[in-house]
Design a protein around this ligand. Sequence first.
Ligand SMILES: C[S@@+](CC[C@H](N)C(=O)[O-])C[C@H]1O[C@@H](n2cnc3c(N)ncnc32)[C@H](O)[C@@H]1O
Length: 342
Amino acid sequence: MTSLRLIQAIEAGTVDRLPAGTRAEVDGGRVGDTCRVIAASVEAEQRRVVEALLNCSVAVTPRAVPALRQRHEFVVSIDRADAPLAAATLVEQLGYRRHPEWTAGADRSFWATAHEVALTRTDATTFVARLRWATPRPTSLPARLFRPTPADWATVALPTWGWRAYGIVRPLRLLRERLGDPPDHASLEPFLATPTSLIGPLLDVAEVDAHDVIADIGCGDGRIVVAAAERHGCRAIGFEFDAGLVDAARRRVAAAGLDAHVTVVQGDGLASDLSGVSVAMLFVPPTVAARAVPVLLRRLPRGARIVLHEQSRLSTDLPEPDRSEPIITADAVTVARRWTVA
Ligand SMILES: C[S@@+](CC[C@H](N)C(=O)[O-])C[C@H]1O[C@@H](n2cnc3c(N)ncnc32)[C@H](O)[C@@H]1O
């Protein structure tokens, strides 16, 4: 399989379905072997989760992890009544993380209206455990208007008592969103980190050197900005919305002794001063990328490079990247795209 066909296969998601034994060699990597390694590690993690849930008497149905799947994600089905206990077990015993938005007093309503919760465990890669249960969808018009849904948790922060009254203001919020722009960074999707094995190759695509100032727009736990400063001796700025991740990133910078090289800023990286930035890194969902890349092309100085990595197909409205290549390591697969500001 040629590089081009491999990129198309990754973008179309058909890498999941490459027949066993398929070999696609790109830059010395073998996509078949990589996907097999990923599938095996996901299965092992799923077994660990199932065991922990069975130990606390939660009945579990694991969904098979498709062979050759490149995503570090799995699903287990449980009873709705067990959902809070199952999530607590993953957090307390296995080091998984809940999305911060729905912990702030919203629990009861969340469990009543959601049908799944995604929890993440991050070290070199991020595993996403989706606990899924069946919740009848509200069918009557009043229920659809007044009952909060998981999307509400992501957009509104309220204390417990506030959620009891929230149904009254929900129709007004829906109306306001319909008339104006919906908030675009609110999401209950879990935080995914770039697998550490991909970071070096991504910085190579950006052609980072010691004179660069690299910004990670949405730096998560700071792994890319720290790696850039360590490997290339450059200065780096991480922008991040999430206060918990900002703390984690700052701890990572301090532990690496890089306070003089790396700054972590809490806030919107797309609305910040980027005039001194020569490289911007992006790993955000395709919907966010569709807005972010044009903003960066407008706001970064001439000659700056933007490097985005993502396995999925990107919006066709984006300008053609000047470089697009798959990166395949022993435990991860992605496609890097690079744009240069004219
Ligand atoms: C998929 S994670 C990637 C984290 C990190 N860059 C990495 O590759 O490991 C995306 C992160 O971007 C943050 N984010 C998205 N858009 C942002 C923006 N405009 N400004 C600041 N943070 C943003 C999200 O909160 C999330 O933590």
